[in-house]
Design a protein around this ligand. Sequence first.
Ligand code: FE
Ligand code: FE
Ligand code: ZN
Length: 279
Amino acid sequence: MDFKIGCHLSSAGGYLAMGQTAESIGANVFQFFTRNPRGGAAKPIDRADVKAFLAYAAEKGIGPILAHAPYTLNAAGAEDRVREFAESTMRDDLKRLELTPGALYNFHPGSHVGQGAEIGIALISGMLNRILAPELKTSVLLETMAGKGSEVGRNFEELRKIVDAVELGDRVGVCLDTCHVWDGGYDIVDDLDGVIREFDAILGLSRLKAIHLNDSMNARSARKDRHACIGRGKIGKEALARVINHPRLRDLPFYLETPNDLDGYRAEIALLKSLRSDA
Ligand code: FE
Ligand code: FE
Ligand code: ZN
């Protein structure tokens, strides 16, 4: 199978522009924010742009695309208006994504803001139960979190509890962020096999649909969540090379969210391609 590698791109120019940008930097997948990452209304969908993108993506072999919900989306918030924003935003994002069938939709489970993880988990799964429908053409993914503040999803067990409380839990996937799991305490440097075994035992590897490939500025278990460029952080190039080559992970799509401009991403994608064992 082809190496699926790409990065986060600006959605300002629309879908076709993202596809063309991806192609120009050697990427065959990409991630984008569904709207301003700090929230607010989404731009109206340009159907002609979507149609042109779908044709382009099919021709160039681009995808799956990964839509990232805004950071401000907090299904576990304590205030009604925070949870209502989360729910209406996700509902609207998923409606728009029906135009690009087979997309992935990643969101941060939320922060319980002092209510406790159990309440946070109930609020998140409650929202998913009201939104998910069997006919959805998009896979909804929970992102593994670093555990800063009161983040829910700081370990595999918390994600499992969310999944278990969702009626359509079989359809809920996971996006593993290498920086977040490292900052959250998982030793992907010296025990990648053990971490993958643990993921499989708790969540099931069939649920893992995407990897956010990031180095980390911080030491393991720092619970900080600060991304570094590949090879410039505490995880390091060798450990990340083992991630992209691991037999249980290598067929997944990898999305860089490293602090880079487009030239930086182009160079990082080239580096990762050179680190693939079939390169
Ligand atoms: Fe994220
Ligand atoms: Fe991430
Ligand atoms: Zn992060």
